[in-house]
Design a protein around this ligand. Structure first.
Ligand code: YNC
Ligand code: MG
Length: 388
């Protein structure tokens, strides 16, 4: 049971966490291992250069063939090469946190893990962390304990920069989540979702009725809703900060980071703002593009999924209705951009729009973890930590 995780500074599965703070104290740099961990003689550690097109492509290929699948192995995430660069190169990114494993002879990339810097607010305390994502081992090399090696080596590289805490999410249960949230899905193209086996036609339903049920208008309803531009960054940052500060777990974004994470990039991230008559930005809503490849035989190669990303509804007093309205506009804009489904997780204020906007409960959970930081369970509605 947890041969690797049992050695790491994380809470035990049966631990009831009450106090809060680091599990192990920070180490002086002189006490941190200076050389990379040993690795099997057929393999070597590499630092992946995502600015090099061929290396970016190698990570894309590894992930598109070997990354996360659903439980029935019908779909596999297919992050685009451009998305991977965007996700792993935010302000302050470091090349040596893009860690790969290559086969020595063939140079084939068979393992990867990525870290990015993030200031995370944990119950009002601001902590310098890394966010870890894209851990992947080639299917032919599974169950050989390569994953713990990748985690240990990236941890060493991060510790050498004086950072000792991390945040990560995973579909698998590990010691020990700080929160667990369900995925929800809002169908935009029910015919395709049924054709690919992602959805089914419930009893007492027909395809024609499903199409009617999920139909959305062609244009957003909120007056002043438009694509976000770089000029909106200062106002959007203020809006997000104000709204996010009511949560217990979130990534504190500065203007540079808002510019990176929210400025629209076609097929990567879509962000919209509401501008009033006085040119004030009152609301923001964004989503990112993460297609899933259809693994089995199907007329469709991909499901184009939009994932709800940072948002902040106006605080002009309209309350839950306003939130529903801007998320409804996001559905409309996603449909207009040819997305088949709009996904979100059951955190933040999302429970307030999930039912009225016809999201259906998925079968997957997303667990949120902190590394080397003890923290009592955070209720889902207090989590606002986005990891793409
Ligand atoms: C997982 N997802 O329990 P025990 S999410 C962490 N995250 O350890 P082996 C995982 N650990 O139980 P395989 C994990 N999945 O013995 C499994 N483990 O203690 C643990 N899948 O290693 C597992 N990507 O190499 C076990 O297993 C040990 O060959 C077994 O490799 C696992 O990115 C994996 O789902 C996931 O590519 C790489 O199955 C492989 O199976 C795979 O024998 C498909 O490993 C893709 C996939 C994971 C997506 C993600 C977040 C990762 C977080 C990693 C933890 C970061 C900690 C913080 C580090 C920085 C610290 C600082 C400062
Ligand atoms: Mg392995």
């Amino acid at each position: 049971q947890y041969k690797f995780w049992g050695t790491q500074p994380v809470p035990r599965t049966d631990e009831v966490v009450t106090d809060e703070g680091p599990i192990e104290p920070n180490k002086p740099i002189s006490e941190i291992r200076a050389e990379p961990y040993p690795i099997h003689k057929d393999f070597e550690w590499v630092t992946v250069d995502l600015e090099d097109e061929a290396e970016n492509r190698d990570v894309y290929e590894l992930l598109s063939n070997n990354y996360v699948e659903d439980d029935e192995a019908t779909l596999r995430f297919d992050y685009s090469a451009e998305f991977i660069k965007w996700a792993l190169m935010p302000p302050g990114w470091r090349r040596d946190w893009h860690l790969g494993v290559r086969v020595k002879t063939s140079r084939k990339l068979v393992g990867f893990i990525g870290g990015i810097p993030a200031r995370v607010s944990v119950r009002g305390k601001e902590i310098s962390m890394v966010e870890i994502n894209f851990l992947c081992v080639h299917k032919k090399l599974r169950s050989k304990r390569l994953a713990p090696m990748l985690i240990k080596e990236v941890t060493r590289r991060i510790n050498l920069t004086g950072i000792f805490q991390a945040a990560y999410t995973a579909g698998v249960y590990l010691p020990k989540p700080v929160a667990t949230c369900r995925y929800y899905h809002r169908s935009l193209n029910p015919k395709k979702l049924v054709d690919t086996g992602f959805s089914y036609i419930p009893r007492n339903m027909t395809m024609a009725r499903m199409i009617r049920l999920y139909k959305v208008p062609e244009e957003p309803k909120t007056p002043g809703m438009r694509l976000m531009t770089a000029a909106d960054v200062p106002q959007v940052t203020k809006l997000l900060r104000k709204y996010q500060s009511k949560f217990e777990l979130y990534h504190m974004l500065n203007e540079e980071e808002v510019a990176h994470w929210l400025t629209p990039i076609d097929k990567v991230v879509y962000s919209y703002v509401v501008e009033d008559e006085k040119k004030r930005i009152t609301d923001v809503v964004s989503f990112y593009s993460l297609p899933s490849a259809v693994i089995g035989k199907s007329a469709h190669s991909h499901i184009n999924a939009a994932y709800l990303f940072h948002y902040a509804p106006s605080d002009l007093g309209a309350g839950d209705k306003r939130l529903q309205q801007i998320i409804y506009d996001a559905l409309i804009l996603a449909k207009a951009a040819s997305f088949d489904v709009f996904n979100c997780i059951e955190f933040m204020d999302n429970a307030k729009f999930i039912e009225p906007l016809k999201f259906g409960r998925g079968n997957g959970d997303l667990h949120f973890y902190l590394y080397n930081y003890r923290c009592a369970d955070v209720a889902r509605e207090n989590v606002a930590l986005f990891m793409v």
